[in-house]
Design a protein around this ligand. Structure first.
Ligand code: GDP
Length: 447
């Protein structure tokens, strides 16, 4: 995640303020230094770092905390506001019919992001189309077409065309039925005059509502020049940061946001069309500062549950709250968990668990868990329907057979059964609650 390191170090320096009601200069200096150090190591531009830390310092020293606020909350609020300001405090992309132009260097992830964004809009009930105008890179057409197919969205391109502006014009006509049109453009290895000239012409042709700059999260200081040039030629309204699964930096993209006076629009974190999130500034910063992001988490959980359910019409998560909780239910839950993405990302979104707790776990704790999940899955694949429905029939002999059949060991089979009884007991507690209690609890959790 972008600025992961900032979140971690900020939380620990904020913790040193615990119990204090007033801030002195040393406290502020300490925190500001932490912020500078993490931003610089995430590749954020130096002058931007100075600007940000100056304003945090001034505000922390000059502003009077409202009565009853602790020093820690006061600083947290200031850092939060300044960071939201930095990443752009409005959502760059409203949910409405529009034309979006994508710009960026070759390999930044434009084609992938076009399909991802289209998929995202389609999940929100809009009808998106991707228009591919890249005639420069061999294979761009095929790649874009395949990805649009995977995203199940309309697509226009011309594999034999050599005039991007012409393709853009035809594409706009051919996709007249779509609500959201996403126009992908050619990149080059570096900013060249002809690339700029080409994208300016396409921009005039399609007259986009928004132009987004697509940036690889690993880009460092180079982001600034790129952002400035695209800003001058077509005007940039938002930044899409890609490949966040590959780096914890992302500071270059923040520099670009600042340079173009825009905000982050989307975050990409993988190669499939679903690996995208709309950027929600306040949620993102809350997550960063360890305050959790419940909205995102509940969206992900909902989606994962829905997908699991679509695959198996007979299974309804609500049933778990009524009948008995079988190993089959547990398997479905694990499938749903797997779909939510890496466990550590999910845990980061849970307030309380976010940040602080994750930092205390050894680095490989999460891998172990995921590894264990995979073993559990293999074990369940080796069990009969009877055993899955009623795990109590699994005794010593069956344990041995299952361990052999799944290529695991008896200990792991026993762990799975234990995990199941533990979850069963939890579910039974839920079952004991009335519907009103359940709703109250969900509300409390922010749902
Ligand atoms: P373009 O030249 O700007 O259109 O870039 P592409 O969309 O072709 O992406 C370049 C490469 O990066 C491809 O191999 C993509 O699969 C990969 N890619 C794009 N976005 C992501 C991402 O979020 N995560 C990962 N891991 N790979 C990505």
């Amino acid at each position: 995640m972008v600025l992961d390191d900032l979140g971690t170090s900020l939380r620990s320096s904020l913790d040193t303020l615990q119990g204090k009601t007033r801030l002195d200069e040393d406290d502020v200096e300490e925190i500001v230094k932490e912020i500078q150090r993490s931003l610089l190591s995430a590749d954020v531009d130096v002058s931007l770092v100075m600007e940000l830390s100056d304003s945090i310092e001034t505000r922390a020293l000059e502003e009077e905390p409202p009565g009853g606020t602790t020093a820690r909350d006061h600083v947290l609020k200031i850092v939060y506001e300044e960071m939201v300001e930095l990443v752009g405090d409005s959502t760059a992309l409203p949910l409405e019919p529009q034309t979006i132009l994508l710009a960026g260097l070759q390999g930044s992830g434009k084609t992938t992001s076009a399909a991802k964004m289209a998929w995202w809009f389609s999940t929100k009930g809009l009808r998106p189309a991707v228009i591919q105008t890249d005639t420069f890179r061999p294979g761009a057409y095929d790649q874009a077409e395949q990805m649009a197919e995977r995203a199940e969205v309309d697509f226009y391109g011309d594999p034999d065309g050599d005039d991007p502006v012409e393709i853009a014009r035809e594409g706009m006509e051919a996709t007249a039925d779509a609500d959201v049109r996403i126009v992908d453009t050619a990149g080059r290895h570096a900013l060249e005059d002809d690339l700029i000239a080409e994208i300016e012409e396409i921009e005039r042709e399609v007259d986009p509502d928004r132009s987004l700059l697509v940036l690889d999260a690993a880009i460092g200081q180079g982001a600034k020049d790129q952002a400035r040039q695209f800003e001058e030629s077509i005007g940039i309204d938002g930044v899409v940061i890609t490949k966040l699964d590959g780096t914890a930096k992302g500071g270059g993209a923040l520099t670009a946001v600042n340079e173009t006076g825009s905000s982050i629009a989307f975050l990409g974190s993988g190669e499939t069309v679903q690996d995208i999130e709309r950027f929600e500034p306040s949620g993102f910063i809350s997550r960063l500062l360890g305050m959790g992001d419940l909205k995102q988490l509940s969206e992900r959980v909902e989606r994962a549950m829905q997908e699991t359910q679509e695959e198996d019409d007979d299974w309804d998560p609500e049933d778990m709250l009524e009948g008995s909780f079988t190993l089959k239910d547990m398997k479905k839950q694990m499938d749903a968990m797997n779909r939510m993405g890496p466990l550590d990302q999910v845990m980061d979104m849970i307030p309380g668990l976010g940040g602080g707790m994750m930092d205390q776990l050894p680095d490989d704790a999460m891998d172990v868990t995921q590894d264990r999940m995979r073993k559990f899955e293999r074990i369940m694949d080796s069990m009969t329907d009877e055993e899955l429905e009623n795990p109590r029939v699994v005794g010593q002999e069956r344990t041995r057979r299952i361990a052999r059949g799944s290529g695991t060991d008896e200990e792991t089979v026993r762990q799975l059964l234990e995990q199941h009884s533990m979850m069963e007991r939890t579910i039974e507690q839920f079952q004991g609650m009335g519907e009103g209690d359940m709703q109250r609890m969900m509300k409390k959790m922010g749902g």
